[in-house]
Design a protein around this ligand. Structure first.
Ligand SMILES: O=C(O)CCC(=O)C(=O)O
Length: 190
């Protein structure tokens, strides 16, 4: 399905207000079931047809520690669009861009993309902001779009979002800029 950026739906005033207040907004049903099935099949295809790329020495591959302390598990193709026309299409889809444009107040551009597999047994991610203060010189206007391919649940490692930290960078309790603090150590959101 091809939708032009003008026809695709921008965020409503209520969604925009929610975004500004909470730092995130959830839009359900953006893609049809058949489109999501195509993306899921593409993820499986990449795992098998590009298994030759999956190697700890390949910079596009990220590995994750395991709960059972076994060998780290392959976790992410980062980037992915150059090996996946389907991912390329999703990340440039007008239905996503129209939403992001309305948050930015101008046409947004893709900075980077990745495909995360979250295979069973992997540890999962620590609390972090995607663009931490510690990345000196990076633009401060990034936002993250997350397209869940599998239905996200506690059991399969859904992403958990902490609201109220979007106006500034998270700092630890002692006021230090930090990339990946523990939940217990961060200052409460204002
Ligand atoms: O998928 C997640 O739960 C978090 C992933 C993430 O934040 C990242 O890759 O930067």
């Amino acid at each position: 399905m091809i939708v032009s950026r003008q026809v695709a739906t921008a965020l409503s005033a209520v969604e925009l207000a929610d975004y500004k207040r909470f730092g995130f907004v959830v839009r359900r049903g953006v893609f049809a079931q058949e489109e999501m099935a195509e993306l899921a099949a593409e993820a499986e295809r990449l795992l098998t047809e590009h298994s030759d790329l999956i190697d700890p020495k390949n910079l596009r591959c990220r590995y994750m520690a395991r709960f059972d302390a076994g060998e780290p598990l392959f976790e992410v193709f980062d980037p992915v669009n150059d090996i996946s026309p389907v991912c390329e299409r999703f990340t440039s889809d007008a239905r996503i861009l129209a939403m992001v444009d309305s948050i930015c107040g101008e046409p947004a551009s893709l900075f980077k993309e990745k495909l995360i597999f979250k295979l069973p047994g992997a540890m999962g991610y620590n609390l972090h902001q995607d663009i931490p203060r510690t990345w000196a010189g990076f633009p401060r206007s990034f936002l993250t779009v997350l397209v869940p391919i599998d239905r996200p649940t506690d059991e399969n490692g859904c992403t958990e979002i902490f609201t109220g930290y979007h106006h500034d960078f998270i700092v630890s309790g002692n006021g230090e800029a930090t990339c990946c603090p523990t939940i217990a150590s961060i200052r409460p959101a204002a």
